[in-house]
Design a binder for this molecule. Structure first.
Ligand code: MF3
Ligand code: CO
Ligand code: CO
Length: 251
């Protein structure tokens, strides 16, 4: 069931979204060669708490840390760790979800460490573009599949692949609500968009042609590309408005 948010809820979602974006702005200068992902986790957790909010990932279905940090071939759900030291040429997605006054804000960006291979830099830029193409396709009265269609149309020219196992999601009082948002074209997403819906757009783009992922990791969370290629992702939480989409995860 897709929850249509009331004006009061929308105002709370704006506040939660803004804080999530602030966490990313805050952490960005710290995302540097030589730091551990656990250090980034602890800074984000502290910032979130000081702003009166809760880090949603911590203990979510048993997730052990407060943010997700996904390096290079890690697609998503990387667990911050003391032995994950960022090095020159790495890319790392930092995914932040906060709960403020009972409502969730979910956003991520992929950061580049030092000198990143030009091909990888292009992947990162295009992953962000893909997210914005998807967001631009949102309009009340249109079908949700327009989001995936727009992303696929844009990404198909590069020889990359779009991850299919994970998608965006409705969000509000719950971290993950209906609908499931596909980042590729599928009639499964033949759902009419309506003012007051709130969901994330968060395409994961693999450099390789194979969209398959590997979830066989022993930690139970870390998802990698099956072919070992690099993967990049950006995420925003958006509200369907009369005009189109309003990005909630912005400062
Ligand atoms: N933030 C992720 C998303 O965009 C979900 C992370 S779930 C966790 O949906 F348990 F790994 F934190
Ligand atoms: Co997220
Ligand atoms: Co999300």
């Amino acid at each position: 069931m897709i929850v249509i948010k009331t004006n009061e809820e929308i105002e709370k979602m704006r506040k939660a979204g803004r804080l999530a974006a602030q966490v990313l702005d805050f952490i960005e200068p710290h995302v540097q060669e030589g730091v551990t992902t656990l250090y980034l986790n602890d800074l984000c957790a502290d910032f979130t708490q000081k702003h009166g909010a809760i880090s949603a990932p911590l203990n979510y279905h048993g997730f052990p840390q407060s943010i997700c940090t996904s390096i290079n071939n890690v697609v998503c759900h990387g667990i911050p760790a003391a032995n994950d030291i960022l090095k020159d040429g790495d890319i790392v997605n930092v995914d932040v979800t906060v709960i403020l006054d009972g409502y969730h804000g979910d956003t991520s960006r992929t950061f580049m460490i030092g000198n990143v291979d030009e091909k990888i830099e292009k992947l990162v830029v295009r992953a962000e573009n893909a997210m914005h193409r998807g967001i631009a396709a949102v309009k009340p009265g249109k079908y949700l599949y327009e989001v995936g269609k727009a992303i696929e149309k844009y990404i198909s020219k590069f020889g990359y692949s779009i991850v299919r196992t994970y998608g965006g999601h409705g969000i509000g009082k719950d971290f993950h609500e209906d609908p499931h948002v596909l980042h590729y074209y599928s009639r499964e997403n033949k759902i009419r968009l309506q003012e007051g819906m709130i969901f994330t757009v968060e395409p994961m783009i693999n450099m390789g042609k194979n969209y398959a992922v590997d979830t066989s990791t022993t930690d139970g969370w870390t998802v990698t590309t099956a072919d070992g290629s690099v993967s990049a992702q950006f995420e925003h939480t958006i509200l369907v408005t009369s005009e189109g989409a309003e990005i909630l995860t912005k400062v």
